[in-house]
Design a protein around this ligand. Structure first.
Ligand code: ATP
Length: 299
Protein backbone atom coordinates (compact mmCIF):
# COMPACT_ATOMS: atom_id res chain seq x y z
CA UNK A 1 0.00 0.00 0.00
CA UNK A 2 1.27 3.46 -0.92
CA UNK A 3 0.45 6.44 1.25
CA UNK A 4 1.37 9.92 0.12
CA UNK A 5 0.92 12.78 2.56
CA UNK A 6 1.03 16.39 1.52
CA UNK A 7 4.06 16.15 -0.72
CA UNK A 8 5.66 18.98 -2.61
CA UNK A 9 8.46 18.98 -5.17
CA UNK A 10 10.08 22.09 -6.59
CA UNK A 11 12.36 22.50 -9.56
CA UNK A 12 14.12 25.85 -9.81
CA UNK A 13 11.57 27.41 -7.49
CA UNK A 14 8.54 26.11 -9.46
CA UNK A 15 6.20 23.57 -7.92
CA UNK A 16 6.12 20.45 -10.11
CA UNK A 17 3.98 18.68 -7.50
CA UNK A 18 2.10 20.61 -4.83
CA UNK A 19 0.34 19.56 -1.63
CA UNK A 20 -0.55 16.17 -2.99
CA UNK A 21 -2.23 13.42 -0.98
CA UNK A 22 -2.85 9.98 -2.37
CA UNK A 23 -3.61 6.50 -1.14
CA UNK A 24 -3.10 3.46 -3.35
CA UNK A 25 -4.37 0.11 -2.15
CA UNK A 26 -2.25 -3.02 -2.49
CA UNK A 27 -3.27 -4.97 -5.57
CA UNK A 28 -4.84 -2.07 -7.37
CA UNK A 29 -4.02 -0.78 -10.83
CA UNK A 30 -3.88 2.97 -10.52
CA UNK A 31 -3.97 5.16 -13.63
CA UNK A 32 -2.35 8.56 -13.40
CA UNK A 33 -3.57 10.96 -16.07
CA UNK A 34 -2.77 14.57 -16.69
CA UNK A 35 -1.83 17.32 -19.08
CA UNK A 36 1.74 17.64 -20.36
CA UNK A 37 3.96 18.94 -17.60
CA UNK A 38 1.30 18.19 -14.95
CA UNK A 39 3.86 16.46 -12.72
CA UNK A 40 3.16 12.76 -13.41
CA UNK A 41 6.76 11.66 -14.03
CA UNK A 42 7.96 13.70 -11.06
CA UNK A 43 5.36 12.05 -8.83
CA UNK A 44 6.19 8.56 -10.13
CA UNK A 45 9.91 9.13 -9.56
CA UNK A 46 9.19 10.20 -5.99
CA UNK A 47 7.07 7.09 -5.42
CA UNK A 48 9.92 4.98 -6.82
CA UNK A 49 12.30 6.68 -4.36
CA UNK A 50 14.40 8.28 -7.12
CA UNK A 51 13.47 11.90 -6.28
CA UNK A 52 13.10 13.06 -2.73
CA UNK A 53 10.04 15.13 -1.92
CA UNK A 54 10.83 18.65 -0.62
CA UNK A 55 8.13 18.31 2.01
CA UNK A 56 5.52 15.77 3.05
CA UNK A 57 6.08 12.02 3.05
CA UNK A 58 5.71 8.90 0.94
CA UNK A 59 5.29 5.54 2.62
CA UNK A 60 5.26 2.17 0.92
CA UNK A 61 3.98 -0.54 3.28
CA UNK A 62 4.38 1.94 6.12
CA UNK A 63 8.04 2.84 5.45
CA UNK A 64 9.56 5.87 3.70
CA UNK A 65 10.79 4.80 0.26
CA UNK A 66 13.60 7.30 -0.33
CA UNK A 67 17.03 5.68 0.20
CA UNK A 68 15.31 2.54 1.47
CA UNK A 69 17.19 -0.24 -0.36
CA UNK A 70 14.93 -3.05 0.86
CA UNK A 71 11.80 -1.30 -0.42
CA UNK A 72 13.45 -0.33 -3.67
CA UNK A 73 14.28 -3.99 -4.27
CA UNK A 74 10.52 -4.58 -4.31
CA UNK A 75 9.75 -1.65 -6.59
CA UNK A 76 10.44 -1.28 -10.31
CA UNK A 77 9.97 1.83 -12.43
CA UNK A 78 9.85 1.53 -16.20
CA UNK A 79 10.00 4.86 -17.98
CA UNK A 80 9.80 5.76 -21.65
CA UNK A 81 13.59 5.91 -21.77
CA UNK A 82 14.89 2.48 -20.87
CA UNK A 83 18.27 1.83 -19.38
CA UNK A 84 20.36 -1.24 -20.11
CA UNK A 85 24.10 -1.67 -19.61
CA UNK A 86 25.99 -0.83 -22.80
CA UNK A 87 26.65 -3.89 -24.98
CA UNK A 88 24.70 -6.20 -22.64
CA UNK A 89 22.59 -9.14 -23.77
CA UNK A 90 19.23 -10.17 -22.24
CA UNK A 91 21.04 -13.00 -20.43
CA UNK A 92 23.58 -10.59 -18.92
CA UNK A 93 20.90 -8.13 -17.84
CA UNK A 94 18.93 -11.02 -16.32
CA UNK A 95 21.96 -12.06 -14.30
CA UNK A 96 22.40 -8.47 -13.07
CA UNK A 97 18.70 -8.27 -12.10
CA UNK A 98 19.01 -11.61 -10.29
CA UNK A 99 21.67 -10.08 -8.05
CA UNK A 100 19.75 -6.84 -7.57
CA UNK A 101 16.31 -8.25 -6.78
CA UNK A 102 16.03 -10.96 -4.11
CA UNK A 103 12.57 -11.82 -5.44
CA UNK A 104 13.95 -12.64 -8.92
CA UNK A 105 12.27 -15.79 -10.20
CA UNK A 106 14.38 -17.78 -12.66
CA UNK A 107 11.54 -20.13 -13.52
CA UNK A 108 9.36 -17.20 -14.55
CA UNK A 109 12.21 -15.74 -16.56
CA UNK A 110 12.46 -19.04 -18.43
CA UNK A 111 8.70 -19.31 -18.87
CA UNK A 112 8.47 -15.82 -20.36
CA UNK A 113 10.59 -17.05 -23.26
CA UNK A 114 7.27 -18.38 -24.59
CA UNK A 115 5.80 -14.88 -24.49
CA UNK A 116 8.71 -12.79 -25.78
CA UNK A 117 10.18 -14.10 -29.05
CA UNK A 118 13.66 -12.74 -28.36
CA UNK A 119 17.09 -14.34 -28.47
CA UNK A 120 18.55 -13.91 -24.98
CA UNK A 121 22.11 -13.84 -26.35
CA UNK A 122 21.46 -10.86 -28.60
CA UNK A 123 22.82 -7.46 -27.59
CA UNK A 124 19.93 -5.33 -26.42
CA UNK A 125 21.16 -2.12 -28.05
CA UNK A 126 20.96 -3.86 -31.44
CA UNK A 127 17.27 -4.61 -30.94
CA UNK A 128 14.37 -2.48 -32.19
CA UNK A 129 12.67 -0.02 -29.81
CA UNK A 130 9.69 -2.34 -29.36
CA UNK A 131 11.92 -5.37 -28.73
CA UNK A 132 13.86 -3.42 -26.09
CA UNK A 133 10.57 -2.59 -24.43
CA UNK A 134 9.64 -6.28 -24.44
CA UNK A 135 12.96 -7.04 -22.73
CA UNK A 136 12.20 -4.38 -20.11
CA UNK A 137 8.83 -5.98 -19.30
CA UNK A 138 10.34 -9.46 -19.36
CA UNK A 139 13.03 -8.54 -16.83
CA UNK A 140 10.68 -6.45 -14.69
CA UNK A 141 8.08 -9.21 -14.43
CA UNK A 142 10.68 -11.90 -13.69
CA UNK A 143 11.93 -9.73 -10.81
CA UNK A 144 8.46 -10.09 -9.23
CA UNK A 145 8.21 -6.58 -7.72
CA UNK A 146 5.45 -5.74 -5.25
CA UNK A 147 5.05 -2.35 -6.92
CA UNK A 148 5.45 -1.81 -10.65
CA UNK A 149 5.51 1.80 -11.82
CA UNK A 150 5.00 2.37 -15.52
CA UNK A 151 5.55 5.73 -17.18
CA UNK A 152 4.22 5.59 -20.76
CA UNK A 153 5.05 1.90 -20.76
CA UNK A 154 3.42 0.35 -23.79
CA UNK A 155 4.65 2.83 -26.40
CA UNK A 156 6.41 1.05 -29.20
CA UNK A 157 4.85 -2.37 -28.60
CA UNK A 158 2.74 -3.76 -31.42
CA UNK A 159 -0.96 -4.43 -30.79
CA UNK A 160 -0.52 -8.16 -30.13
CA UNK A 161 2.39 -7.64 -27.75
CA UNK A 162 0.52 -4.83 -25.95
CA UNK A 163 -2.34 -7.23 -25.29
CA UNK A 164 0.02 -9.98 -24.14
CA UNK A 165 1.78 -7.60 -21.74
CA UNK A 166 -1.53 -6.27 -20.41
CA UNK A 167 -2.67 -9.84 -19.76
CA UNK A 168 0.55 -10.59 -17.89
CA UNK A 169 0.14 -7.47 -15.77
CA UNK A 170 -3.45 -8.29 -14.85
CA UNK A 171 -2.40 -11.86 -14.06
CA UNK A 172 0.30 -10.64 -11.66
CA UNK A 173 -2.21 -8.43 -9.89
CA UNK A 174 -4.76 -11.24 -9.60
CA UNK A 175 -2.27 -13.90 -8.52
CA UNK A 176 -0.12 -12.06 -6.00
CA UNK A 177 -1.64 -8.61 -5.54
CA UNK A 178 1.13 -6.71 -7.26
CA UNK A 179 0.32 -2.98 -7.23
CA UNK A 180 0.62 -1.15 -10.53
CA UNK A 181 0.85 2.59 -11.11
CA UNK A 182 0.57 3.58 -14.69
CA UNK A 183 0.86 6.94 -16.36
CA UNK A 184 -0.18 7.12 -19.97
CA UNK A 185 -1.70 9.48 -22.48
CA UNK A 186 -3.36 6.48 -24.09
CA UNK A 187 -6.60 6.68 -22.16
CA UNK A 188 -8.17 3.65 -23.82
CA UNK A 189 -5.38 1.59 -22.44
CA UNK A 190 -5.75 3.11 -18.99
CA UNK A 191 -9.50 2.50 -19.14
CA UNK A 192 -8.85 -1.14 -20.05
CA UNK A 193 -6.43 -1.79 -17.23
CA UNK A 194 -7.05 0.47 -14.28
CA UNK A 195 -9.48 0.29 -11.38
CA UNK A 196 -8.54 3.70 -9.91
CA UNK A 197 -7.87 6.98 -11.65
CA UNK A 198 -6.10 10.15 -10.55
CA UNK A 199 -5.98 13.26 -12.71
CA UNK A 200 -3.10 15.69 -12.17
CA UNK A 201 -3.04 19.26 -13.37
CA UNK A 202 -0.40 21.87 -12.55
CA UNK A 203 1.05 19.58 -9.89
CA UNK A 204 -2.27 19.12 -8.11
CA UNK A 205 -4.51 16.10 -8.01
CA UNK A 206 -7.84 17.41 -9.29
CA UNK A 207 -9.69 14.09 -9.31
CA UNK A 208 -9.10 10.82 -7.51
CA UNK A 209 -11.69 8.09 -7.86
CA UNK A 210 -12.49 4.51 -8.64
CA UNK A 211 -12.93 4.25 -12.40
CA UNK A 212 -16.50 2.97 -11.99
CA UNK A 213 -17.41 5.90 -9.73
CA UNK A 214 -15.79 8.37 -12.08
CA UNK A 215 -17.89 6.99 -14.91
CA UNK A 216 -21.10 6.88 -12.94
CA UNK A 217 -20.71 10.51 -11.79
CA UNK A 218 -20.59 12.18 -15.17
CA UNK A 219 -23.04 11.79 -18.06
CA UNK A 220 -23.55 12.81 -21.62
CA UNK A 221 -27.17 13.80 -22.09
CA UNK A 222 -28.90 14.36 -25.35
CA UNK A 223 -32.39 15.85 -25.28
CA UNK A 224 -34.96 17.94 -27.11
CA UNK A 225 -38.10 19.73 -26.04
CA UNK A 226 -41.26 20.50 -27.92
CA UNK A 227 -41.26 24.28 -28.02
CA UNK A 228 -38.99 26.37 -25.83
CA UNK A 229 -36.32 24.91 -23.59
CA UNK A 230 -37.51 25.27 -19.98
CA UNK A 231 -35.45 27.99 -18.37
CA UNK A 232 -32.67 26.83 -16.05
CA UNK A 233 -33.98 23.26 -16.11
CA UNK A 234 -30.56 21.80 -15.24
CA UNK A 235 -29.80 24.41 -12.59
CA UNK A 236 -29.24 21.98 -9.67
CA UNK A 237 -26.49 20.18 -11.57
CA UNK A 238 -22.90 20.97 -12.43
CA UNK A 239 -22.81 21.42 -16.22
CA UNK A 240 -19.35 20.79 -17.68
CA UNK A 241 -20.30 21.34 -21.30
CA UNK A 242 -23.28 22.46 -23.33
CA UNK A 243 -23.95 22.46 -27.04
CA UNK A 244 -26.99 22.86 -29.29
CA UNK A 245 -27.32 21.08 -32.63
CA UNK A 246 -30.60 22.25 -34.19
CA UNK A 247 -33.27 21.42 -31.66
CA UNK A 248 -31.11 18.77 -29.95
CA UNK A 249 -29.28 19.82 -26.82
CA UNK A 250 -26.15 18.08 -25.63
CA UNK A 251 -24.99 18.40 -22.04
CA UNK A 252 -22.16 16.93 -20.03
CA UNK A 253 -23.43 16.91 -16.46
CA UNK A 254 -22.06 15.82 -13.12
CA UNK A 255 -24.42 14.01 -10.74
CA UNK A 256 -26.04 10.69 -9.98
CA UNK A 257 -27.71 9.28 -13.08
CA UNK A 258 -31.05 8.57 -11.33
CA UNK A 259 -31.23 12.11 -9.95
CA UNK A 260 -30.35 13.76 -13.24
CA UNK A 261 -32.80 11.54 -15.14
CA UNK A 262 -35.66 12.07 -12.70
CA UNK A 263 -35.10 15.80 -12.82
CA UNK A 264 -35.06 15.96 -16.63
CA UNK A 265 -38.08 13.68 -17.04
CA UNK A 266 -40.10 16.12 -14.94
CA UNK A 267 -39.81 18.60 -17.86
CA UNK A 268 -41.12 15.97 -20.32
CA UNK A 269 -38.57 16.20 -23.13
CA UNK A 270 -39.56 14.67 -26.48
CA UNK A 271 -36.10 13.17 -26.81
CA UNK A 272 -33.94 12.10 -23.89
CA UNK A 273 -30.90 9.83 -23.88
CA UNK A 274 -28.17 9.31 -21.34
CA UNK A 275 -25.06 8.17 -23.17
CA UNK A 276 -21.92 6.62 -21.66
CA UNK A 277 -18.70 8.60 -21.70
CA UNK A 278 -15.31 7.14 -22.42
CA UNK A 279 -12.43 7.92 -20.07
CA UNK A 280 -10.96 10.07 -22.83
CA UNK A 281 -14.13 12.19 -22.93
CA UNK A 282 -14.25 12.42 -19.13
CA UNK A 283 -10.64 13.58 -19.13
CA UNK A 284 -11.30 16.23 -21.77
CA UNK A 285 -14.35 17.64 -19.96
CA UNK A 286 -12.73 17.56 -16.52
CA UNK A 287 -9.67 19.34 -17.89
CA UNK A 288 -11.92 21.87 -19.57
CA UNK A 289 -13.49 22.52 -16.19
CA UNK A 290 -10.10 23.54 -14.79
CA UNK A 291 -9.41 25.82 -17.74
CA UNK A 292 -7.44 23.41 -19.94
CA UNK A 293 -9.82 23.45 -22.86
CA UNK A 294 -9.90 22.60 -26.51
CA UNK A 295 -12.52 24.38 -28.53
CA UNK A 296 -15.05 22.63 -30.76
CA UNK A 297 -14.75 19.21 -29.21
CA UNK A 298 -16.61 16.81 -31.43
CA UNK A 299 -18.47 14.19 -29.40
N1 ATP B 1 14.74 17.59 -13.73
C1 ATP B 1 13.98 18.67 -13.86
N2 ATP B 1 14.48 19.92 -13.77
C2 ATP B 1 13.71 21.02 -13.87
N3 ATP B 1 12.38 20.98 -14.07
C3 ATP B 1 11.82 19.77 -14.19
C4 ATP B 1 12.57 18.55 -14.09
N4 ATP B 1 11.73 17.50 -14.24
C5 ATP B 1 10.51 18.02 -14.43
N5 ATP B 1 10.55 19.38 -14.39
C6 ATP B 1 9.39 20.29 -14.54
O1 ATP B 1 8.37 19.82 -13.67
C7 ATP B 1 7.10 19.92 -14.30
C8 ATP B 1 6.45 18.55 -14.32
O2 ATP B 1 7.16 17.71 -15.20
P1 ATP B 1 6.83 16.18 -15.37
O3 ATP B 1 7.86 15.58 -16.27
O4 ATP B 1 6.64 15.57 -14.04
O5 ATP B 1 5.40 16.24 -16.12
P2 ATP B 1 4.52 15.09 -16.80
O6 ATP B 1 3.16 15.20 -16.23
O7 ATP B 1 5.21 13.78 -16.68
O8 ATP B 1 4.50 15.59 -18.31
P3 ATP B 1 4.35 14.81 -19.72
O9 ATP B 1 2.95 14.28 -19.81
O10 ATP B 1 4.58 15.91 -20.69
O11 ATP B 1 5.41 13.75 -19.77
C9 ATP B 1 7.34 20.52 -15.68
O12 ATP B 1 7.11 21.90 -15.61
C10 ATP B 1 8.81 20.23 -15.94
O13 ATP B 1 9.38 21.24 -16.76
Amino acid sequence: MIQIENIKKLFEGNEAVSDLNLFIKKGSIYGLLGSNGAGKTTLLKMIAGIYKEDSGSIFVDGQPIYENVKLKQRTILLTDTLYFFPQSTVKQMASFMKNMYPTWNEERFENYKKVFPININKKIHRMSKGMQRQVAFWLALAAMPDVLILDEPLDGLDAVMRQKVKNLLVQEVAEREMTILISSHNLREVEDLCDHIGILHNGKLIIEKELDDLKSDIHKIQLAFKGDVPELFLKPFDILYKEQRGSVLLYIVRGKEEEVSAHIEFYQPVLFDVLPLTLEEIFIYEMRDVGYAIENVIV
